[in-house]
Write a protein that binds this ligand. Structure first.
Ligand code: 4AD
Ligand code: MG
Length: 431
């Protein structure tokens, strides 16, 4: 008998098939009983009727527990009232493992901390399944976008000898007789890549020793980082905008069921079309002040500020030309105003905050050395990076898209800890 996945049942109407999975639920109605099977791709209701199922299978009535692993054989029937639109007339159930302890996660309400401590089991739930599938499809769309646009994948290392995004969030590790740091961003290596290949990207885990406990911060998160030679700030922002539009379009096409499971209102996601509003830092400050809130010019926007700004727009917005003092050492200055850096942030709508940070890089050797010194960073570990400004330096730009924050926005989950399989935060290293 053919073994099939629940998601493919529509191709097997009227056929006998085998399904392998876990008990999601059971219920008894008069003389027949139902088993809801979960196989990771969907849910299926199996109908067990005396005489149509083997006697051993029928006698499993009220003996199956949540998460028992079972293999079912039966015939696929169309049934609009059933989950997924199909059901199975069960002929035989084989129990692979009977669960004797009660499964810790029942359909009743649990606190998030309890669920996070049981993350390895919580991943089996419908909601977590939907979020992880959307994460998968988001990552897939990101890769597809770069691959289709002549970017070469250049993996950046995870052990590094230097800081990229400031020294306060570095994870230091013992590296033989010296110190190494877990990477905060693969950017500097992509800059080497862009001069070798024109357009490159990396997509992997990055690390920040964030002491903050906000719903937007993880200590380990995934970032997609493209870098492009001969690209300046304006074009860089267009790349970011096109990437986001491609990703959202893909998700809307392919993740309908998942978005439904999450009860996600997709009206604003459907409005994500180019061009996005692009405003300067000064204009963003004006929006905050016009709303009656006091703002300290020259500082970074906090989460409430970002929410305030984004409320004025339906689409993601980009804020560019930032005070250089609050941006990283590698950012190029605006040639008309040395106090401004050619960086940009993309802020998601609906209060989901910054999902992308990027900008044009300083390409002048002497200025860059100056910046490194100004930021109190040691020159030695940057020697290789400075070489890129000695041999064929060109204007170049790139950005980093935070995967978890993007998925949180798409899914409409307030806290990003649900958007990564095994979140790492200040207080959580297990499971
Ligand atoms: O703005 P960030 O710090 O930019 C960089 O790291 C650049 N070097 C990227 C580049 O130009 N290649 O981080 C980029 C994005 C943020 O917009 C956010 O989405 C995400 O990474 N991010 C985090 N996500 C979760 N937890 C954290 N602690 C994050 N810090 C940044
Ligand atoms: Mg940033």
């Amino acid at each position: 008998m053919k073994t099939v996945l629940i998601k493919d049942l529509k191709d097997y109407e009227g056929k006998d098939v085998q399904l392998r999975g876990w008990v999601y639920n059971t219920r008894k109605v008069g003389k027949i009983w139902f088993v809801i099977l979960r196989d990771g791709t969907g849910l299926l209701q199996g109908v067990v009727v005396k005489g149509e199922s083997s006697d051993e299978s029928f006698d499993l009535k009220q003996k199956l527990n949540q998460e028992d692993s079972i293999i079912i054989n039966g015939c696929v029937k169309k049934e609009d009232r059933s989950v997924g639109g199909y059901e199975l007339s069960v002929k035989d159930i084989q129990v692979v493992q009977h669960v004797s302890d009660e499964f810790p996660i029942s359909p009743k309400e649990h606190g998030t901390d309890f669920l996070m401590s049981n993350r390895h089991l919580w991943l089996r739930s419908k909601r977590q399944n939907a979020i992880m599938r959307i994460r998968h499809q988001t990552a897939r769309a990101i890769r597809d976008f770069f691959d289709m646009n002549s970017f070469t994948l250049i993996d950046s290392p995870i052990f590094t000898g230097n800081a990229v995004e400031g020294t306060t969030t570095l994870f230091e590790v013992d590296y033989f007789e010296r110190s190494a740091y877990l990477t905060q961003s693969g950017q500097l290596y992509q800059e080497a890549g862009a001069t070798a290949f024109g357009r490159t990207y990396c997509f992997g885990p990055t690390f920040r020793a964030e002491k903050s406990k906000t719903r937007r911060h993880l200590t380990e998160f995934w970032m997609a980082e493209p870098e492009m030679a001969y690209v300046e700030l304006e074009e860089n922002m267009v790349w970011a905008e096109n990437l986001i539009c491609y990703v959202i379009d893909h998700i809307l096409k392919i993740c309908d069921d998942e978005l439904n499971t999450l009860d996600r209102d997709t009206v604003l996601l459907k409005a994500v079309k180019p061009p996005f509003p692009k405003i300067t830092y000064d204009e963003a400050v004006e929006i905050i002040e016009n709303s009656g809130k006091k703002f300290n010019y020259g500082t970074d926007f906090g989460a409430p500020d970002e929410t305030l700004i984004s409320q004025n727009f339906e689409k993601p917005i980009m804020i560019h030309n930032w005070p250089s003092d609050i941006k990283a050492f590698y950012m190029k200055r605006n040639k008309n105003n040395n106090d401004l850096a050619l960086g940009f942030d993309m802020i998601a709508p609906e209060g989901y905050g910054e999902i992308i940070g990027g900008g044009q890089r300083e390409d002048d050797l002497d200025i860059l050395i100056d910046r490194i010194r100004h930021h109190d960073l040691p020159l030695e570990p940057f020697k290789w990076y400075l070489d890129l400004r000695k041999y064929g330096s060109v204007p170049h730009s790139g950005f980093g898209l935070g995967l978890e924050r993007t998925v949180a926005w798409i899914c409409g989950t307030r806290h990003i800890r649900e958007t990564i399989p095994f979140p790492r935060t200040m207080s959580r290293l297990e499971p």
